[in-house]
Design a protein around this ligand. Sequence first.
Ligand SMILES: O=C(O)CCC(=O)C(=O)O
Length: 309
Amino acid sequence: MVAPAGLFRGLFSHSLLLFLRTGFRVWNNADMVEFLLQRLHEDGWLLLEDVIPPDRVDSVCRNVLAAREQSLETEEAKLVAGDARVTTRGGAVVGLINLDQSIAPYLADPRVLAIIERLWGNYSRILSLGGLISDPGHRDRVWHADWPFNQTNAAHIPAPYPDSVQVLTGIFMLTPFTTETGGTYVVPESHRSSNNPTGDNGVDRGAPHPAEVQVTGEAGSLLLLDSRIWHSAAPVLSREARVAAVVRYAPWWINLSPLLLGTDDHSRIVAETNGKPYLVPLVKREVFESLPGTVQPLFRHWVDRGTST
Ligand SMILES: O=C(O)CCC(=O)C(=O)O
């Protein structure tokens, strides 16, 4: 259904109308949020276009590439560098927000904020933000669900877990995602299962799945996943790297302390068990203070209140 009044307003102001473009149809804000929630509920994933404007996405991409080397110096990256259990370590830009803030405005995309507010109410937050660079020849294809549903992480919600949306994963496409460059594979509807292939559920983690879909999209799009959905990287067949940034959102009641070095939960659940870590660096105070006002509430819980300069 076309909503002419909404269409008219939207031509003049992005703040008045949030767009979902599907062919020529435009919904007003409330309809759109319901539609997006329905998709997430039924399919477990959705694609939001034009989250990063076309004239900005290249520079964000360059900044993520430039941050790669620096991120290897973080304490968290060094700790997982030799850990064969961590599959993304080579291409992951750990603690991206401390190294580059050019993606920051898009972390508070109005559509995403509306979704997390409808799901979890106030005070939702960013659980992690990292760059993800998949180099040519990258062939890892490992079905998994994300933290805290990934059963190989020391800190996880044990399967069988309840059927509720507790974390969202957002994959920003900073270069086009195609079948050549390695668009993410997902298994639609798998998010409703109480287990995933990391929990020995009988699915071969390295093999194609009969129900898989490869998500493709333009640079600047955001692939939003219920973090329970079974997904995997795809082979990069192109000559250029596929560049992404991965953000995860959670409600305030998810305990993030096992992700933080120095907490008792990290020591007890991860370090003392020699379990597979999933680590998130704190946000430097001066970086936090430089972030847009819409984004600061998403990072406030992660601000380094200690001796950070
Ligand atoms: O690289 C991809 O397409 C998937 C990334 C992924 O699996 C993840 O960040 O959890």
